[in-house]
Design a protein around this ligand. Sequence first.
Ligand code: AMP
Ligand code: FE
Ligand code: FE
Ligand code: ZN
Length: 278
Amino acid sequence: MSRFDLHTHSNVSDGSFTPSELVRRARAGGLDGIALCDHDSTAGWEEARAEGEQCGLEVIGGCEVSSRWRGMPVHMLAFFFDPLSAELVAELKRIREDRILRGEKMVAKLRELGVDVTLARVREIAQGESLGRPHIAQAMVEAGVIARVSDAFTREWIGTSGRAYVPKQVLSPQETLHLVAGAGGAAVIAHPVWIEQETHASQEIIEECAALGLAGLEIEHPDQDSAARRRFGRLADRLGLVRTAGSDYHGDDRGGMLGTFGVNEGTLAALRARGGKR
Ligand code: AMP
Ligand code: FE
Ligand code: FE
Ligand code: ZN
């Protein structure tokens, strides 16, 4: 039976490895395919696919699109969409530009808090085109205020209610669904446990999205324990959503689990069949 990890990141966004290195690691880990889901970017698809052809790994074009609902970040995984779809391309570009402005604002807030970070250094660390909090966190490690990248994601620093946190200007999950469907893709709510941790209304947002054509729900994810998987699995079944699985791999320094989460070809086909449906 084939195995496809439907949630991975490269250094186009906040992953550690280039798209080709990621593909080689996935192959070495015994996977048959991966979906490359960089945050708000499709820039890694071509390189990943070229390497995939070389080493015999299927690369599914994906993207983890940032959205926001009632002030809370919601990550939407989009698959099988046309990367040239004008509306979607324009929105992703706008989000990436906002990521830089928002990065600049977070750097300014950190500097006010006495942390010696600069936007120039953060942009160097980011390399790729999608600048994010992990890059700022890395600069904070270099500045010596925290020991590890994960220590930045607190109320003290740049966690979602942190002193130096600035939200991204993004669409709602409902509007994102509409854009993805318009580009012929299928959308899945990523790591629903993150939403559950922020609000009691997580089920409401999932139900609302399901009514608007959501294709699936990410059931297996490293942050979701067996109880969470059962809970979200039942919800997915009740709402007719495809149960997806992915490692959310960012690199070995971030609890690397590439190859341990995945779906089979049947699930992949079910997801593909939901592409473009409204
Ligand atoms: P951003 O999209 O810029 O708001 O950054 C969010 C990203 O930060 C997520 O996609 C994760 O990759 C990363 N992240 C979130 N929480 C943590 C954490 N506790 N430790 C390390 N990385 C995290
Ligand atoms: Fe990330
Ligand atoms: Fe995410
Ligand atoms: Zn992710």
